[in-house]
Each structure stands twice: as structure tokens, then as C-alpha cells.
Design a protein around this ligand. Structure first.
Ligand SMILES: NC(=O)c1ccc[n+]([C@@H]2O[C@H](COP(=O)([O-])OP(=O)(O)OC[C@H]3O[C@@H](n4cnc5c(N)ncnc54)[C@H](O)[C@@H]3O)[C@@H](O)[C@H]2O)c1
Length: 252
């Protein structure tokens, strides 16, 4: 029997490379999925491809009213969610002395508040079901630093700490919560970033070489880890981080 038969999942950032891979795999394994993403995102296309098993609900994860409404629509059209994957995030970079307060606040709003709010509004339904599993998309960036990357690294560190605290808080309600930490993932976004640099080929080789397996992850490899953590196969795993990093961390 597929892992997620009759289960309802909420996926934020579902129009992106990793979010859409996670949503596809959830549907393949029996879930019905609410795709939460900005109205301008590609989640609409995904909804067309996956048809009846999903519903695209335009949402801004940093806005409480928008998230509250999205979860209400999920319950109304799909049912009570017992699975949540928070993937939506942005990446604004800059040297500390030139970084604007607006950019800093935007990073915190999307990447940290935008993880807190879906959890806040989905958890009451999980409590009704007395069951739930949540995966937060984190990153090896929670563990390492990079020049100009302080806002992103800070947000991923916050998501990791949030995961650990909420794992304790939610355990009495049979709700597990874990973080997945990829290294570099080969996505259109990563590609665009690399191609915008002065020596794209050299940068790609360098990025591949950061991983023991000498390549970046594919989005579907990250999605596999998400689905394992959401499934009953991971029934005794909570408050942990799962590296899907091709050996990035052990090379350091
Ligand atoms: N790509 C990588 O190399 C990599 C590595 C490690 C971790 N991650 C993490 O994986 C996740 C997804 O990365 P990706 O490569 O798929 O990125 P992506 O840009 O393809 O997807 C992100 C999605 O989030 C959505 N989003 C942004 N702001 C939003 C908002 N305010 N409300 C709702 N949705 C919003 C975007 O529209 C987009 O569809 C992120 O959390 C990222 O930090 C990515």
C-alpha cells in the first residue's frame, strides 16, 4: 500500500524545484496535496499536470492572513492535513555593512516566519487527528558560513533550532518534525546563479567538488528524504536533521 493513501499534505514553495519534486512524490505515493506558493509561481502548472490529487492555493507564507486562509481552504477542499513540508524560501545576499535592513527583514519574514506560520496553522488539525509529520527544508548552510551569505545562513540556523524545539513541544501529540539539509541542488535557480558568474564552468566544477560524490543533488533525491521522514517508516525519528548532501559535511 502506498505510504500516503488517504493522507492530506500541505507543501509550501510547491512551485519551485524541490517543492514540486516533493509534491509529485507525495501524489505518486497516494497523498492529496495542497500546493502553497505565490500566485506568480509555477505551482499553477504543476496543479494542471497532477490534476485531481492537488489543489494550488496562492499563498504568501510570510503573511498570517494568507496562510490561515490557505490552511482553511485545504481543510475545506481536501480534508484535515496530517503532513506538512515547508520549502518556500528566498536568498538575498550581501556584505554585512551594505546589507539593507529591508533585505534582512525580508529574509527573516519569508524563511523563518514563513516556516513558523504554516506550522502554527496546520498543527491544530494534526492535533485533532492525533497524528502528524512535518519536514522543514533546511540546508547545510545551517552548519557552515559563507561570505555575503549571512542572512541565508542565519535563517537556516533558525529553522533548525525551531525544528528541535517543536519536536519536543509536539511529541506528546504524536506529531514528528524533522529537517532535511541538502548541499547544493541542481535546480534552474542554481543554474541561473552559476551562469551569471564570471566563470560558470569553473564554478560548477568547484560546486560539484564540494560534495564527496562530486556532484550536486537532484531535486528528486531530496524529495525521497522528505517522503521517508513523513512516512511511518520514520516513526521513531523526530527533532533530527537528515543530510542529503552527497558527503558535503564530511569533506569539511
Ligand atoms: N537549491 C539549492 O541548492 C538548495 C540547497 C539547500 C537548501 N535549499 C532549500 O530548498 C528550498 C527550495 O529551494 P529550490 O531550489 O527549490 O528554490 P526555488 O526558488 O525553486 O523554490 C522556492 C519556491 O518558494 C516560493 N516562495 C518564495 N517566496 C514565497 C512566499 N513569500 N510565499 C510563498 N512561496 C514563496 C517561490 O515562488 C518558489 O516556488 C529552500 O528552502 C532552499 O533554501 C535549496
Amino acid at each position: 500500500m502506498p505510504d500516503f493513501d488517504d493522507k492530506i499534505a500541505v507543501v509550501t514553495g510547491a512551485g519551485g524545484a524541490i517543492g514540486s519534486a516533493a509534491a509529485r512524490l507525495l501524489v505518486e505515493r497516494g497523498a492529496r496535496v495542497a500546493l502553497l506558493d505565490l500566485p506568480t509561481s509555477r505551482a499553477h502548472e504543476l496543479a494542471t499536470q497532477l490534476s485531481n490529487a492537488v489543489r494550488f492555493i496562492p499563498t504568501d507564507v510570510k503573511d498570517e492572513g494568507s496562510v490561515r486562509e490557505a490552511v482553511a481552504q485545504t481543510v475545506e477542499h481536501l480534508g484535515l492535513p496530517s503532513l506538512l513540508v515547508t520549502v518556500a524560501a528566498i536568498n538575498l545576499t550581501g556584505a554585512v555593512e551594505t546589507l539593507s535592513v529591508e533585505d534582512w527583514d525580508m529574509m527573516m519574514a519569508v524563511n523563518v516566519r514563513g516556516v513558523f506560520l504554516p506550522i502554527k496553522h496546520v498543527v491544530p488539525h494534526m492535533k485533532v487527528l492525533d497524528a502528524g509529520a512535518i519536514v522543514n527544508m533546511c540546508s547545510v548552510s545551517a552548519f557552515v558560513g559563507s561570505t555575503g551569505g549571512s542572512p541565508y545562513h542565519t535563517t537556516k540556523g533558525a529553522v533548525l533550532s525551531m525544528t528541535r524545539s517543536l519536536a519536543q513541544e509536539l511529541a506528546p501529540h504524536n506529531i514528528r518534525i524533522n529537517a532535511v539539509c541538502p548541499g547544493w541542488v541542481d535546480t534552474p535557480f542554481t543554474d541561473a546563479y552559476i551562469n551569471a558568474q564570471p566563470e560558470p564552468a569553473a564554478l560548477r566544477a568547484y560546486a560539484n567538488g564540494l560534495h564527496a560524490l562530486d556532484r550536486m543533488a537532484r531535486p528528486d533525491e531530496v524529495a525521497e528524504a522528505v517522503c521517508w521522514l513523513l512516512s511511518e517508516r520514520a516513526s521513531f525519528t523526530t527533532g533530527s536533521e537528515l543530510f542529503v548532501d552527497g558527503g558535503y559535511m564530511i569533506k569539511r
